[in-house]
Ligand binder design. Structure first.
Ligand SMILES: C[S@@+](CC[C@H](N)C(=O)[O-])C[C@H]1O[C@@H](n2cnc3c(N)ncnc32)[C@H](O)[C@@H]1O
Length: 275
């Protein structure tokens, strides 16, 4: 069974159209391995048969299976601590102050590409710590991902020591219970986050997301092309309130993709907002 360069390219194009993720040629071993696994599990004869199944089947189950294997889901609590500190101590406090002055006690956040949930739960903990009388606020945290497997893990709220390595001890004691080798997030934090499957490339679903104060989409668009990145950032522009903020990962830059957002420097981090 051989995968010709032409057929490989067709798989890559198909995956790209569906997810926005582009696999460079140097990722071929990674993609091949996942294709081989699925072909073996389905008992198919060859790559062409699998390609046709993916492309022409009206049932999206197999495409979802493949996506679940192809996405990179690396994450942990309090990832990029300095960026989150800038968010918590400067940006969030300013937004909260403005809201309180306007008599508005509702705050809406979206963690897009949330993987196994560490990022949205981190944001929930930050809100509990930073909001004055958090119980008097309406807090909405949407956490979404294209990968259904990671969302199942996220909803459970059980984590290993690697996931919580950057959680300050004080928060670890306040928000987690220890069971053997696992750290179990308490229900108060778990119940603050609503998990949903959203493919960032699906316009229909993206248009439903409106009025966000903050969107976190960290370490997601690095796997996209300039075109699919722009597409997603245009959606985020619509989804944010005027004055709302977008956070990308450490090595990612909104400015290189679009000039629709304005930049602010906070300590060593950069943040963008919708003017
Ligand atoms: C490396 S993780 C980042 C997790 C977290 N944001 C962080 O920074 O720790 C990237 C996540 O983006 C998700 N993702 C990739 N393409 C996506 C798409 N088209 N729609 C929604 N999520 C996507 C992947 O499934 C993966 O869980």
């Amino acid at each position: 069974m051989t995968l010709t360069p032409d057929l490989y390219q067709r798989f890559i194009d198909l995956i790209y159209k569906r997810t926005g993720i582009w696999f460079e040629t140097n990722k071929r071993y990674f993609v091949d391995k996942r294709l081989d696994e699925r072909i073996a599990e389905l008992g198919l004869e060859n790559y062409r048969e699998y390609y046709q199944h993916l492309k022409f089947s009206t049932d999206q189950t197999e495409m979802q299976q493949l996506i679940n294997r192809l996405t990179i889901n690396e994450t942990y609590f309090f990832r990029d601590f300095p960026q989150l500190q800038g968010f918590a101590e400067e940006v969030l406090l300013q937004v909260v102050k403005d809201k309180v002055a306007a008599g508005n006690r509702k705050i809406k956040l979206w963690s897009a590409g949330c993987s196994t949930g560490e990022e949205p739960y981190t944001l929930a903990i930050i809100l509990l710590e930073m909001l004055p009388e958090p119980e008097t606020w309406t807090i909405e945290i949407l956490a979404s991902d294209i990968n259904t497997r990671v969302l199942d893990v996220a909803r459970k709220g059980y984590y290993n020591s690697r996931s919580v390595k950057d959680v300050p001890t004080e928060y670890l004691e306040r928000y987690f219970a220890r069971y053997r080798e696992m750290y179990i997030l308490n229900n108060k934090v778990r119940n603050m986050v609503n998990f949903k499957v959203i493919n960032l490339m699906e316009q229909h679903e993206m248009k439903l997301q409106v009025d966000y104060d903050f969107i976190f989409c960290r370490n997601v668009l690095i796997y996209f092309t300039p075109e699919s990145r722009l597409n997603v950032l245009e959606s985020y522009y619509r989804s944010l309130k005027r004055g709302g903020y977008i956070y990308l990962g450490h090595s990612e830059s909104v400015a290189r993709i679009t000039d629709a957002f304005k930049m602010r420097r906070i300590g060593s981090s950069i943040v963008y907002y919708k003017p």
